[in-house]
Write a protein of this length. Structure first.
Length: 307
């Protein structure tokens, strides 16, 4: 059994894999010589899988899974966690923005009795648009989620074997691991760090994928969007009553004539828009229920090595 498992989802990271592997081995061997590195190839279209196979042939501690098609980052992380055998499991990205040099500090925090060690970014080096959207996302997640979500925390974390085993019992198809781990309620601690910029290759995590992940975070862990209909409806009704009282007062006591049909048209337009928004929210929930009842596997493995 490995002491530490490192799970790395990979999608078109041919420029980073060798550098990352060398950095991981350098960080792990002095502190925890009993380790395994599990690369999960999410149907890369470059040379990522070939490089991983070469590395696994040179070192039996380097293992890999390869998907039949692209299932996404959360599925890749799930697969790696399913196959990990370590007493602690570290998940991280393959783009060298999660520094391997911090692994000894993470291991020490785990050995101090924490089941979960979350790596929290001190600041974001992203562009203005991404910083604004990320800030808005964490604000909405904090307000709309039924369980507390931690801001500026990604997939760079350590979880104990106990947490990993419990995580495997959660079978929902639409995965949002950050929320799932938070929901479990185990003891956790933070390690703050400065996340470096990507220096090699191009990110495969598009804006659309980030939006989809953010939506999963809100919809998977909250029913508040469904309840928002009542809140919006109450506000609109109250506003309408207040406006009607104002218009009635002005008409009866001041003799002012208002073209009410114009205001009614605007009100109808607003209500129609709100109804479409609420129908969309309901559709999202129904779509997730549909995906769950189909009971399809979260991922399909085409091949694996050293496992």
């Amino acid at each position: 059994m490995a002491g530490i498992s490192i799970v790395v989802p990979v999608y078109n990271e041919q420029d980073n894999i060798r550098v990352l592997t060398n950095s991981l081995i350098k960080a792990l061997e002095p502190e925890m010589p009993d380790y395994e590195i599990i690369f999960v190839d999410d149907a890369s279209t470059d040379l990522s899988l070939r490089i991983i196979k070469e590395l696994s042939g040179e070192n039996q501690r380097i293992k890999y899974l390869s998907f039949s098609r692209n299932f996404g980052q959360q599925a890749a992380l799930t697969a790696g966690l399913d196959f990990a055998t370590g007493d602690a499991i570290i998940t991280m990205d393959a783009d060298l923005q999660d520094p391997p040099r911090l692994i000894p500090e993470m291991i020490q925090a785990w050995q101090n009795g924490n089941d979960i060690v979350l790596m929290r970014r001190r600041r974001r080096n992203d562009g203005l648009f991404k910083r604004i959207t990320a800030g808005l996302y964490y604000f909405l997640l904090d307000k709309f989620s039924d369980n507390k979500q931690q801001g500026n925390v990604g997939e760079f974390r350590l979880i104990s074997k106990k947490v990993g085993e419990e995580l495997r019992t959660l079978k929902e198809k639409t995965r949002y691991l950050r929320g799932m781990i938070s929901w479990m309620g185990y003891t956790f601690t933070f390690i703050d760090y400065d996340r470096p910029n990507r220096t090699r290759g191009k990110s495969g995590f598009s804006l659309l994928k980030m939006m989809r992940l953010g939506m999963n975070g809100i919809l998977n862990f909250s029913l508040l969007p469904l309840r928002a209909g009542l809140i919006l409806g109450a506000i609109i009704v109250l506003t309408g009553i207040l406006f009607l009282l104002y218009v009635s007062y002005d008409a009866f006591f001041n003799g002012v004539e208002y073209p009410l049909y114009k205001w009614l048209s605007i009100t109808t337009f607003i209500l129609t828009g709100l109804l479409f928004i609420l129908i969309w929210i309901l559709g999202e929930y129904i779509g997730k229920i549909y995906n769950e009842v189909k009971n399809r596997p979260i991922y399909l493995i085409r091949e694996k090595g050293n496992l």
